[in-house]
Write a protein that binds this ligand. Structure first.
Ligand SMILES: NC(=O)c1ccc[n+]([C@@H]2O[C@H](COP(=O)([O-])OP(=O)(O)OC[C@H]3O[C@@H](n4cnc5c(N)ncnc54)[C@H](O)[C@@H]3O)[C@@H](O)[C@H]2O)c1
Length: 346
């Protein structure tokens, strides 16, 4: 029998790509998603790619009774990958309680149910935001966790602590936190991708929406940072590479290969690119000239962050393979597909 994996937030951006990667490896997938930041159409996209429709349960993980009921209905879940969370930094500053409730209550309810099982395996979506502006670059997993700059960032730090404490109290509980750098791109088929609702907070959807004509121009927040071209530097990782890393991490848990029962890994390419470099790369792969203007710095943005990926390379035997050009090319294909779908609907 194939292992049965629960993917929370499995219809979201990273979750949907991971579901496809799991199905391709023969895992049976059950998704929980409340559709708060995605569309039911993503289920069709997943099915089109993998020719398999995952079981889908539409409910809110903040509903403790429903979470309990779910595990009673699916007693054979072998592992959980927990993506579901609210992720908009700015919104978290305005509405911190929504973020603490959604990102932490959901996590606790899941852990409580999993803790009843024998040797449960759990993978958590964490973020490089836990490092803030690190003193040394590239950033290793040993870099100190800085006081969070936003309630969102704080939910990732507290989330990691809750999981670490759970693992300490129950040596049979096995968990991995994956600290993502900057996930971008889409499935090469353009059947699934990132679906930002409202004004995108991340650079790539902003770029593709500008290029397609949905936005007049792109704002580059500051060109006076202490970097070679003055714009911020990030580690952009293709979502396909990221999805594959989740499968590898899950297999590590399934095969009892972990060194300790709670582990943390950075997931990035190990290379930093500036905002202007991303714009140049996008213009090259799309052939579209991007209108952009330099504006003031955005509050809370750090200067530079990119991962030291040695630990993931050596211990997970995983490495990001895809380039920035490939990621931007896939994001552009996806944006054109989104436009085509919108036009067919209207
Ligand atoms: N995208 C990034 O840049 C990034 C970077 C670092 C970490 N992360 C983390 O990775 C995870 C996935 O991110 P993403 O970009 O795929 O986000 P996403 O918003 O596309 O996906 C999250 C999914 O979870 C669902 N969801 C949210 N709250 C829920 C709830 N209470 N019950 C059930 N479903 C719920 C949403 O409908 C959505 O489909 C999140 O935990 C996020 O914080 C994302």
């Amino acid at each position: 029998m194939n292992s049965k994996i629960l993917v929370t937030g499995g219809l979201g951006f990273i979750g949907s790509h991971t579901v496809v990667a799991l199905q391709e490896k023969g895992f049976e997938v059950v998704i929980i998603d409340n559709l708060s930041n995605t569309s039911i159409d993503v289920l069709g996209g997943i099915t089109k790619i993998s020719q398999k429709t995952p079981v889908f349960e539409n409910f809110d993980l903040r509903d403790k009774a429903k979470v309990k009921e779910f595990f009673e209905k699916h007693p054979d879940i072998d592992g959980v990958i927990h993506f579901a969370a609210s992720k908009a930094v700015g919104e978290s500053v305005i509405n911190p309680l929504l973020y603490y409730e959604n990102n932490l209550a959901s996590l606790i309810y899941l852990l409580k149910e999993l803790n009843k099982k024998e040797n449960p395996g759990f993978i958590f979506s964490s973020s490089c935001t836990v490092y803030g502006q690190a003193k040394d670059l590239p950033i290793t997993e040993d870099a100190p966790v800085k006081k969070a700059e936003s309630p969102y960032g704080n939910t990732k730090q507290i989330g990691e602590e809750i999981i670490a404490d759970t693992c300490k109290a129950n040596p049979g509980f096995r968990a991995i936190s994956l600290r993502y750098f900057n996930p971008i791109g889409a499935h090469p088929s353009a059947e699934i991708g990132e679906l930002p609702i409202g004004t995108p907070q991340n650079l790539i959807p902003f770029i593709t929406q500008t290029a397609i004509g949905e936005r007049e121009e792109l704002s580059v927040f500051g060109d006076d940072y202490p970097t070679p071209d003055g714009t911020c530097i990030r580690d952009y990782i293709h979502v396909m590479d990221l999805a594959r890393a989740h499968v590898v991490a899950l297999e590590r848990l399934m095969e009892n290969k972990e060194e300790t029962n709670y582990e943390v890994f950075n997931l990035g390419t190990g290379k930093g690119n500036s905002v202007l470099e991303v714009i140049k790369s996008f213009e090259k792969v799309s052939g579209v000239k991007l209108p952009y203007k330099i504006t003031d710095r955005r509050e809370g943005d750090i200067t530079a962050a990119y991962a030291d990926t040695t630990k993931a390379n050596d211990e997970l035997n995983w490495k990001a393979n895809l380039s920035l050009d490939e990621a931007l090319d896939s994001a552009w294909k996806w944006q054109k597909e989104v436009k085509r779908r919108t036009e067919t609907e209207n």
